[in-house]
Design a protein around this ligand. Structure first.
Ligand SMILES: [Zn+2]
Length: 388
């Protein structure tokens, strides 16, 4: 039986048909603020997929980029009065510490946008020579009229795409654009912004072209699995497809897997509302393994709300698991690990896994069965929770 995941483009749960070596690209952070619970939920999702694929005998090559130049990091650096690369450096350190504490597999490669500009310029050049771009006021745009299947990932109507573009960093109302859905490939930099020389004038790349170039540089024309938060489906990933496939004529990714967004106690979690739940703060309150366990209570691809009391509940659940594990040697077979494997294969049914682990732990506490302790340790470990 294949592992099954929900594919955003096909809009259904599909069997993953994969070679032994799997190439995965997951959009990384813009390092201008600390890792919050939404990031943690996203990166834990791909970590679980990687762990299960490795358990099934695949090797997985994970590329996770760093968007260290874009429209959000530059204003933040300006506000703090520091160089944007200095800000990127310190936030990347914090991000990596948070992900390491959460026991996620490190990426095989973490390309940085500022170190990948040559690839972006080359890609824009190919788009230009094949008639997919136009330039107005020094800004080079992608012309969506030249890519007839624009919208095939998100399945949104034009009106919905325009509204989302407006909300998520696009400029659909800019009269310089021929179509409201056209997007920036290259733009002049403001006076205090970084700039690179290019055939399109000195300037800096648009956000979407960064990931197309970094992905194709690292993993070639077609990747197996592309991931990221659900808010990247449109416009970011839709635009990545349009740019990449316009140049290569090949599918950009075979599967598209997206993680849901996290709200906070009934409100959208956002920087402007000041209600972000930071992983570094949670780590002060509870064991990072409990953060993993808490997030497993939610199915990865649906948006969910986080409530503060979940943290303490997860901490006591973790303590139960640790007691029941009792430092036993892992036993990699048996009913419990079979159920965990089944649930991971079933579109990452982590709530079912969490219940199975806690039920097993409770019965071990009640009956003290050493073999079950070893099974519990192995089953939790498959989900990245080391009980020993
Ligand atoms: Zn991206």
């Amino acid at each position: 039986m294949a592992m099954r995941l929900y594919d955003t483009a096909r809009q259904e749960i599909v069997d993953l048909e994969l070679n032994d070596h799997v190439q995965m690209y997951v959009c990384g952070i813009t390092p201008y603020d600390s890792t919050h619970l939404g990031h943690a939920a996203t990166y834990l999702t791909y970590d679980l997929i990687i762990r299960r694929l490795e358990d099934r005998g695949h090797t997985v090559e994970l590329v996770r980029n760093v968007t260290d130049v874009d429209d959000s990091i530059l204003p933040k650096a300006r506000e703090l009065g520091i160089d944007f690369l200095e800000l990127a450096e310190s936030e990347m350190d914090r991000f990596n510490q948070d992900l390491e504490a959460l026991n996620t597999r490190p990426a095989n490669l973490e390309p940085r946008a500022t170190e990948s500009i040559a690839g972006m310029i080359e890609l824009i050049g190919s788009l230009e020579s094949s008639g997919h771009t136009y330039t107005t006021d020094g800004i080079t745009y992608f012309d969506v009229e030249t890519f007839t299947s624009f919208g095939k990932l998100s399945h949104l109507t034009t009106d919905e795409m325009v509204a989302l573009a407006r909300e998520r960093g696009g400029s659909p109302d800019d009269p310089r654009q021929r179509n409201p859905l056209d997007f920036v490939l290259w733009q002049p930099s403001a006076d205090d912004e970084p700039r690179w020389d290019s055939p399109f004038g000195p300037g800096r790349p648009g956000w979407h072209i960064e990931c197309s170039a970094m992905s194709m540089d690292a993993l070639g024309t077609t990747i197996d699995i592309h991931g990221g938060g659900g808010d990247l489906i449109f416009p970011h990933h839709e635009c990545e497809i349009a740019q990449s496939e316009s140049v290569t004529g090949e599918p950009f990714s075979r599967y598209w897997v997206h993680a849901g967004l996290v709200a906070y106690q009934g409100t959208k979690m956002s920087k402007s509302l000041g209600n972000l739940v930071f992983v570094s703060d949670l780590r002060q309150q509870i064991d990072p393994r409990a953060i993993r366990l808490a997030l497993m209570a939610h199915r990865y691809r649906f948006d969910f709300e986080w409530f503060d009391e979940e943290a303490q509940r997860a901490q006591s659940d973790l303590e139960l698991l640790v007691r029941a594990g009792g430092g036993a040697d892992p036993v990699n077979h048996g009913q419990l690990i079979d159920e965990v494997r089944d649930a991971l294969d079933d579109d990452l049914d982590t709530p079912r896994i969490r219940t199975a682990l806690l039920t097993a732990a409770q019965s071990i506490e009640d009956h003290a069965d050493p073999l079950s302790s070893g099974c519990l340790i192995a089953a939790a470990s498959l989900c990245g929770i080391e009980l020993r």
